[in-house]
Ligand binder design. Structure first.
Ligand SMILES: Cc1cc2nc3c(=O)[nH]c(=O)nc-3n(C[C@H](O)[C@H](O)[C@H](O)COP(=O)(O)O)c2cc1C
Length: 110
């Protein structure tokens, strides 16, 4: 799944990170607005996802995950760095979804 998504994302210039704690996924997608919308539409139609929430949707000055290439951050160095980057993104975000994701990420023993 990661490889297929990654190939697809690369084809439209989407970069980001996929974080997984064994139960929950958190994903960062960055790229052109239309490509992100198209990808999100497909992800929303995939009924494997339960309780999908968009936590942050914003315009940025540049890519923060340009070199990640949708790496699966689930263990080892990728897990530690990915977890730190996610927490960094969540610092300035309010709301229930952000709080829930923060709780999931901090509860994880990566
Ligand atoms: C956790 C998770 C993350 C995913 N991330 C992406 C993604 O970044 N890009 C993508 O194209 N598909 C991603 N997918 C797959 C989509 O949910 C969906 O299955 C796929 O895009 C549908 O493509 P299709 O309509 O060609 O079958 C992800 C699936 C899962 C379970």
């Amino acid at each position: 799944m990661v490889r297929r998504s990654s190939v697809r994302n690369v084809a439209v210039g989407i970069t980001g990170m996929l974080w997984f704690d064994g139960v929950n996924f958190a994903q960062v997608l960055e790229g052109e607005h239309d490509h992100i919308s198209g990808t999100m539409d497909r992800i929303r139609q995939d009924n494997r996802h339960i309780d999908l929430a968009v936590v942050i949707d914003c315009q940025t000055r540049g890519r923060e995950f340009g070199s990640w290439g949708m790496v699966l951050a689930d263990d080892g160095a990728a897990g530690v760095e990915g977890t730190a980057l996610l927490l960094g993104l969540l610092v300035s975000v309010q709301g229930d979804s952000a709080r829930r994701l923060h709780d999931v990420v901090t509860a994880c023993e990566i």
